[in-house]
Design a protein around this ligand. Structure first.
Ligand code: SAM
Ligand code: MD0
Ligand code: SF4
Length: 352
């Protein structure tokens, strides 16, 4: 089947198989452009020119894990921080005032925040929900099953936990000493507790095109309302520091393919890979959410790019809104975003 035929099948909502997805992901040049154009069309049909914008508060960079790809792995030596509850509330409120739709409260698996069934993390979520009053995403890493209901009751609308890859062999080389099934179950347990879920894959860390296709199908079948692809950024002091940094082409085509296959899901354009310079290409590939907006001069880090574009203000809400405007797109209001969340919550996917 030609790329055009596969695009048309996907656009009609007809079944596409693994080989079709491999073919789409392998497209280059004008053909890849065509896949992205089709993805933009699908996105605009589903969401118009509205884009959702998420503030990112990486409130603790302590971590008990040792993921091979991550700057914040426990064995890397770096200056770490843990923000206080008051600081987290203040940062979230200032992001809200600047116009974000959701705050993503993210941490490493910080033993202090994870103790007693994630009590301290939950207290942060509750205070942000009560005092800031916007949608909240919790990104604490992996939790025990009993912690999900309380996290949902504390006010987390979303639970994010990225599988990175659906290739179990590769997973074990990346997420050292972690269990594939336990991480996959995070999404299921979060949904049982009433939260929306986000899954994600990383691109450029040794996977094949077929692995990428399997990850897209895996994330789709897991029924997560938000799905993402992010290019791996090599990190100093880690076992993968010598890996060549990949261009973003494979991420962009992955975004486009996810959009074609799963028209109604939320798909982020993360500023955490190429900074603000990478925004337009990701939106042009069919993304409809901007993530990793970080306020400047607050001593906050990104994950993949811990400094890029933060203190110069290019990852601030104001700058992102200006950029969106120049692309003829609009930021959604919180009312519009909350309606989308409510609609998705009313039909939480139990797996497609
Ligand atoms: N600690 C929690 C966890 O691992 O689920 C939440 C934060 S973690 C830092 C969030 C995500 O950042 C990871 O799941 C991974 O997809 C992404 N990430 C981490 N290091 C990265 C890197 N070097 N390049 C690209 N993405 C990275
Ligand atoms: C982002 N740096 O959105 C963030 C992060 C965690 N939930 C999200 C990977 O790109
Ligand atoms: Fe820790 Fe998350 Fe980094 Fe893994 S990806 S080392 S769990 S912060």
């Amino acid at each position: 089947m030609s790329t055009e035929e596969i695009i048309n099948r996907a656009a009609r909502g007809e079944e596409t198989d693994l080989d079709d997805i491999v073919a789409l992901l392998s497209s280059k040049g004008a053909e890849a452009e065509r896949v992205m154009e089709a993805a933009r069309g699908v996105r605009d049909r589903m969401f118009g020119n509205k884009t959702f914008i998420y503030g990112f508060v990486y409130f603790s960079t302590y971590c008990r894990n040792d993921c091979a790809f991550c700057y914040y792995r426990r064995t890397n030596s770096l200056r770490r921080y843990r923000k206080s509850e008051d600081e987290i509330v203040m940062l979230s409120a200032s992001l809200r005032d600047a116009g974000i739709n959701l705050v993503d409260l993210t941490m490493g698996e910080d033993p202090v925040m994870c103790a007693d069934g994630h009590k301290a993390m939950r207290d942060v979520v509750r205070r942000v929900k009560e005092e800031v009053g916007i949608a909240v995403m919790a990104s604490p890493g992996a939790m025990d099953r009993e912690s999900f209901r309380p996290m949902s009751e504390a006010g987390a609308d979303w639970f994010a936990c990225y599988q990175e890859t659906y290739n179990r062999g590769l997973f074990s080389k990346l997420r050292l000493e972690q269990d594939f099934d336990r991480r996959f179950n995070q999404k299921i347990w979060a949904r049982e507790a009433g939260m929306l879920t986000e899954d994600g894959m990383m691109v450029g860390l040794g996977e094949t095109v077929r692995d990428r296709a399997e990850a897209i199908l895996g994330m789709g079948a897991a029924g997560c309302e938000q799905i993402r692809a992010m290019t791996f950024v090599p990190q100093k002091g880690t076992p993968m520091s010598g890996t060549d940094a990949s261009a973003s082409d494979d991420e962009l085509i992955s975004i486009a393919v996810m959009r074609l296959l799963y028209p109604d899901r939320l798909i982020p354009a993360s500023l955490d890979v190429e900074g603000i310079a990478g925004l337009r290409t990701r939106l042009d590939a069919g993304a409809n959410v901007i993530t990793s907006i970080v306020p400047p001069k607050m001593d906050l880090a990104g994950v993949a790019q811990h400094e890029l574009d933060i203190d110069n203000g290019h990852r601030s809400v104001d700058h992102v809104l200006e950029m969106l405007d120049s692309m003829g797109r609009k930021a959604a209001s919180c009312g519009e975003y909350n309606e989308t969340v409510a609609r998705m919550k009313s039909k939480v996917r139990i797996g497609d």
